[in-house]
Design a protein around this ligand. Structure first.
Ligand SMILES: [Zn+2]
Length: 89
């Protein structure tokens, strides 16, 4: 098992350790995945941040950057466990 930092919220999340884990890891043991964008760029995101991407269109680097900006804005308030909505603009 290894960890990788989410590109948006900078949280270390657990990922499957390698090809040998391909069938032995359960989905609950992996908390993020590498998102390949249509423009060819890649970002590792935790599932929480993946859920904040728009699901009606292909996510782009701009969407990831918008989440990054929102995460920085939320940094002081996210620790209290309340749901914070991403501003829609
Ligand atoms: Zn994240």
């Amino acid at each position: 098992m290894a960890t990788e930092a989410c590109a948006v919220c900078d949280t270390d999340v657990r990922i499957a350790g390698g090809i040998g884990d391909l069938w032995s890891f359960a989905f609950e043991s992996t908390q993020g995945l590498t998102l390949e964008l249509v423009d060819g760029s890649e970002f590792f995101l935790c599932f929480d941040c993946l859920e904040r991407l728009p699901d009606d269109t292909e996510p782009t680097a701009a969407d990831v950057e918008r989440l990054q900006a929102a995460a920085e804005t939320d940094a002081g308030t996210a620790a209290d466990g309340t749901e914070t909505d991403v501003p829609s603009k």
